[in-house]
Design a protein around this ligand. Structure first.
Ligand SMILES: NC(=O)C1=CN([C@@H]2O[C@H](COP(=O)(O)OP(=O)(O)OC[C@H]3O[C@@H](n4cnc5c(N)ncnc54)[C@H](O)[C@@H]3O)[C@@H](O)[C@H]2O)C=CC1
Ligand SMILES: O=C(O)[C@H]1O[C@H](OP(=O)(O)OP(=O)(O)OC[C@H]2O[C@@H](n3ccc(=O)[nH]c3=O)[C@H](O)[C@@H]2O)[C@H](O)[C@@H](O)[C@@H]1O
Length: 478
């Protein structure tokens, strides 16, 4: 049951932090995280880790070179390990059958084929990546079809629930660890081996075991439920803006019902991140394949509302700025998909930025953790490569970003945005100076008292003589 050597294929947002925490909690186990990307591995072996996660640097320093190793020697890592985590990316397919909805399993498959090719003793293979139901069956089929004599495999599903920005905390104190496996003696033995790892720091009642398919579906279901809550509160925010209700008050009232709970009810410019959209689309595709069109449509609506929310927010900016943003300077505060991460995958800031650029706005962008290169890559229009050069300035601080602009747009809820010197910012902006708070994090009363015109999500902030073409155009009294 006790394991000595583990390999993790994929040194990304999941593989890196997960194995770092396992290495810290299981000092008697050696863990090698392997990746095809030399650049990523070099970064993991440097003082500049490839991802920003609060608390991660210290643990990496503690374990690296002791029982935690980062390497590009994929085959060696596989050969030596008794248990292999597959933590490769599973993006939405952008070609062929299921394009735009199905998960692309090519990285999973190539990892499985590599294992089958080089393994010369038995392995437990753990699917940690988020995958469609029955992916473990495909991995098993690939492994078994290529099995060498005396090599046996057990494939487990052990989905990861960490959120970026809180990865270390989530890994140290998980709500639950989920392990799915075959309901056979060999399957149960493999499950117990993986349980042995987690039991180093997770109490037994938080380790849930079940059959493989339930485990795979539970991960998709959890993300779909979370995304659905955000779309539900964002749908409410649209009603609030039209009626005078306040979405924070509604969220509070709804969330105090203990059956509903108060988490994930923060209205916003829309959810981003590499997983919610991908996993809900994956669920939609699964339902379509299972000939469940009504169920597919139900989950598709979660994505539709998210797209609607981003578009609606951008439209409010344009309408409030007297129906045109052409040649206007707009400061974007925050580019990451949420605070405390440098990740921009599917960030709503990208979508809002692109909508405004399509209208000819000049963007001045500031984010404390996202690199210039990343912002440039995210906003580059392949059909018009000069657009970013002409319309985007990336700034080193929020004051520089705000200088000479018509409006500030908060896209990420970074704590530092709450305590900026807004009187100084107001003075440096063109008048009327607008603030669009896409995260409901600012002190709106204070901003209005400084002279700002403030527009936010899910709430109408009234001031006499405030220009509100958005509200009046929709027939609402201001
Ligand atoms: N990012 C997150 O917060 C979470 C992600 N997940 C899931 O975990 C999986 C991984 O996600 P991330 O870590 O964000 O992806 P990522 O893109 O950051 O990392 C994946 C890594 O796998 C490497 N890779 C791909 N194929 C390989 C191969 N055949 N051999 C060796 N290395 C290979 C890539 O070079 C890359 O560095 C996805 O399925 C995702 O849905 C689950 C929970 C949280
Ligand atoms: O499978 C995954 O990848 C992970 O996806 C999410 O984690 P993550 O995307 O890192 O971050 P979240 O905190 O869930 O936020 C996602 C997006 O929703 C937004 N959000 C979140 C909560 C909320 O109330 N309102 C809201 O708009 C965030 O700003 C962010 O853009 C889940 O929370 C994790 O449990 C899961 O493991």
């Amino acid at each position: 049951m006790p394991l000595k050597k583990i390999c993790c294929i994929g040194a990304g947002y999941v593989g890196g932090p997960t194995c770092t925490v396992i290495a810290q909690k299981c000092p008697e186990v050696t863990i090698t995280v392997v990746d095809l990307s030399q650049e990523r591995i070099d970064q993991w072996n440097s003082d500049n880790l490839p991802i920003f996660e609060p608390g991660l640097d210290d643990i990496v320093k503690e374990c690296r070179g002791r029982n935690l190793f980062f390497s590009t020697e994929v085959d060696k890592g596989i050969k030596e390990a008794e248990l292999i985590f597959i933590c490769v990316n599973t993006p939405t397919k952008n070609y062929g059958l299921g394009k735009g909805r199905a998960a692309d399993l090519k990285y999973i498959e190539s990892a499985a084929r590599r294992i089958a090719e080089v393994a010369n003793n038995s392995k437990i293979v753990v699917e940690k990546s988020t995958v469609p139901v029955k992916a473990a069956e495909s991995i098993t089929a690939i492994l078994k079809a290529n099995t060498k004599p005396n090599v046996k495999y057990q494939v487990l599903s052990n989905p990861e629930f960490l959120a970026e920005g809180t990865a270390v905390k989530d890994l140290m104190f998980p709500d639950r660890v989920l392990i799915g496996g075959e309901q056979t003696p060999e399957g149960q033995e493999a499950i117990q081996s993986l349980c042995w790892i987690y039991k180093h720091w997770v109490t037994e009642e938080r380790i849930i075991t079940m059959n493989t398919w339930s485990s795979e579906l539970s991960k998709l279901a959890a993300n779909a439920f979370l995304a659905q809550r955000i779309s539900s509160i964002n749908a409410m925010s649209a009603i609030c803006e039209m009626t005078g209700a306040d979405v924070n008050e509604v969220a509070h009232a709804v969330g105090t019902d203990s059956r509903i709970g108060n988490k994930f009810l923060q209205a916003s410019v829309g959810f981003g991140g590499s997983c919610f959209q991908k996993d809900v689309l994956n669920m939609v595709y699964l339902c379509e394949c299972l000939n469940l069109p009504e169920v597919a449509e139900y989950w598709q609506q979660v994505i539709k509302i998210n797209e609607y929310q981003r578009r609606r927010f951008a439209d409010r900016i344009i309408e409030s700025l007297f129906n045109t943003v052409t040649n206007k300077k707009i400061a974007i505060l925050g580019f990451a998909f949420k605070k405390d991460t440098g990740d921009t995958r599917e960030s709503s800031a990208i979508h809002v930025g692109r909508y405004l650029m399509d209208e000819g706005a000049n963007l001045r962008i500031y984010d404390p953790k996202v690199s210039r290169q990343q912002i440039t890559r995210d906003l580059t229009d392949s059909e018009d490569p000069n657009k970013v050069r002409d319309l985007v300035t990336i700034c080193d601080d929020p004051y520089q970003a705000a200088l000479g602009t018509h409006a500030l747009v908060v896209c990420t809820e970074w704590d530092e945005f709450k305590t900026l010197e807004y009187d100084r910012i107001y003075k440096s902006m063109l008048k009327p100076a607008f603030v669009f708070d896409g995260r409901l994090i600012l002190d709106h009363e204070k901003l209005m008292s400084l002279g700002f015109q403030v527009i936010t999500i899910g709430k109408r902030l009234q001031r006499p003589n405030v220009h509100r073409p958005y509200a009046t155009a929709k027939g609402v009294q201001s």
